[in-house]
Write a protein that binds this ligand. Structure first.
Ligand SMILES: [Zn+2]
Length: 476
């Protein structure tokens, strides 16, 4: 939903170029509908993220996804293949006049595409679904695209070989898509720079529970199938969208500020696996003091009895594999401000997510009387010079190194070094201003450095250069 600062700047530049050229240029005579009319562009197949060039798409700004998913999990004892019958209604606004545009979609089979109620031509190759609507689309006019699709679900892997996307399980599916796994289950403008709101209607065999982001708005059963309806109005990056299905027990409580908390815990797990979720209201109050009010309408956790090998801060409903440990619960809650409300402008800005989330755990540990943040920082600095840990340039770790340990721990140590440099008052003013200024959208490493300098009044170039851009242990 938000338009990135970079895109705004690019648009401003091209607009001023046009203005410069206009006085001497011949007026364009092509009329709308003219086949040679260059005014109707082809939307780009990617937004140009250096790590994932085909992620996201040019020329469109999605406002809302209404997803209807009918899912059949694997039969008992059968191989882990499910069946999706899906319908995605996508409300978008063209950011220029378009003859065609792309969405990211893979693995499943498109059955039909309509644009504003009219059948549209399309091609679907690899990750790109290209749609050519007639009439062509006008810039700024709200457009509804409906895509119906079917197919078998498997267990997809990301560029590092980790399970992600729609991961089929024995009792349903684990849906966790960072960084580019959402196209495994719905057609999407798959980049954090195009946040949108979502609704979900997920139909599963009676007895199973489908857990998505946001608020539970209804549940109805007929002929042995239950439809779970969820509403997630807060702008959300696509990698944070979930629709996890399993043998869950739902429970609802509320945080001190009234935020409803809906947890989904697999009934097959020992109660100890989810006991740290009870700390969430206290953690939320603590982080709210430091980062500003909790930014979304709901929260909660999903603890599944299967594993993708990691936890994910799926927006408003963090996902945990098999167990929700206290430090991880603090980490994923910290992400709701840092990563979810303020999201990375490009994937090379990932350290902004993971540094703050890791630093959230450091602060929580300190509050609970365990290691102080200073002690956690010193532990990182105790990693000897020459250790490969220090080789990672965390401001540009590479697409296959997004989740390297250094992105987390060196990132958190960077924040602590910054706090030591500018003092607590400026540091927490920075955290809150960061969330206020960029919440609901995205921001870059350059934005963060600029804001840290603005808030502190200090020149921080050397500090950041040493900590995030140099493949060596900082000499402190
Ligand atoms: Zn994280």
């Amino acid at each position: 939903m938000s338009i990135s600062r970079k895109r705004v700047d690019a648009a401003a530049v091209s607009a001023s170029l046009l203005l410069c050229l206009a006085p001497g240029a011949a007026p364009t005579s092509a009329a709308p509908g003219d086949p040679g009319n260059p005014r109707f562009a082809e939307g780009e197949p990617g937004v140009g993220d250096p790590y994932f060039p085909l992620a996201g798409n040019g020329g469109i700004d999605v406002q809302r996804y209404d997803l209807q998913i009918d899912y059949e999990p694997p039969a008992e004892g059968a191989e882990l293949v499910g069946q999706i019958d899906g319908r995605a209604a996508i409300t978008l606004v063209p950011t220029k006049d378009l003859a065609s545009f792309h969405l990211d979609f893979r693995d499943l089979e498109v059955e039909s595409v309509t644009v504003n109620g009219k059948r549209a031509r399309y091609t679907h190759e690899n990750t790109e679904l290209e749609i050519s609507p007639r009439p062509k689309l006008r810039e700024g006019r709200s457009t509804e695209v409906v895509i119906e699709y079917v197919g078998a679900t498997t267990r997809p892997e990301d560029v590092e070989g980790a399970l992600y996307g729609w991961v089929t399980t024995a009792d349903g599916a684990m849906v966790v898509s960072e960084p580019d796994g959402s196209p495994t289950w719905y057609p999407v403008n798959d980049h954090p720079t195009d946040k949108a709101s979502y609704t979900f209607e997920v139909t599963v065999p009676e007895g199973l529970v489908a857990v998505a982001n946001g608020e539970l708005v209804g549940e109805s059963t007929s002929e042995g199938r239950t439809t779970w309806s969820w509403d997630a109005p807060d702008p959300m990056a696509s990698y944070l969208v979930t629709s996890t299905i399993g043998n869950f027990e739902l429970s609802t409580t509320s945080a001190g500020d009234g935020t409803p908390i809906i947890d989904a815990v697999d009934k097959d797990l020992d109660p100890s696996a989810s006991q740290s979720l009870a700390l969430v209201p206290e953690m939320m109050a603590f982080f709210s003091e430091r980062y500003g009010d909790y930014p979304f309408t709901t929260y909660g956790g999903i603890v599944d009895d299967d594993s993708v090998g990691y936890a994910l801060e799926t927006q408003t409903r963090s996902f945990y594999s098999e167990v929700a440990r206290e430090g991880t619960v603090a980490h994923e809650l910290g992400h709701q401000w840092m990563g979810n409300h303020v999201s990375p402008q490009e994937w090379d800005d990932i350290w902004l997510n993971e540094s703050w989330a890791t630093y959230s755990t450091w602060q929580w540990d300190e509050k609970q009387g365990r290691a102080s943040a200073q002690e956690s920082y010193e532990k990182v600095l105790a990693i000897p010079e020459g250790d490969p840990f220090w080789d990672v340039v965390i401001a540009d770790p590479g697409a296959t190194n997004l989740f390297a340990g250094a992105v987390y721990d060196r990132g958190a140590a960077t924040l602590h070094a910054l706090r030591n440099e500018i003092g607590d008052e400026a540091f927490f003013a920075l955290a809150q201003t960061w969330v206020e200024r960029y919440g609901g959208g995205t921001a870059s490493t350059a934005d963060f450095i600029a804001l840290a300098e603005e808030v502190s009044g200090q020149d921080l170039e050397t500090l950041f250069n040493v900590w995030i851009s140099t493949p060596a242990r900082p000499n402190v």
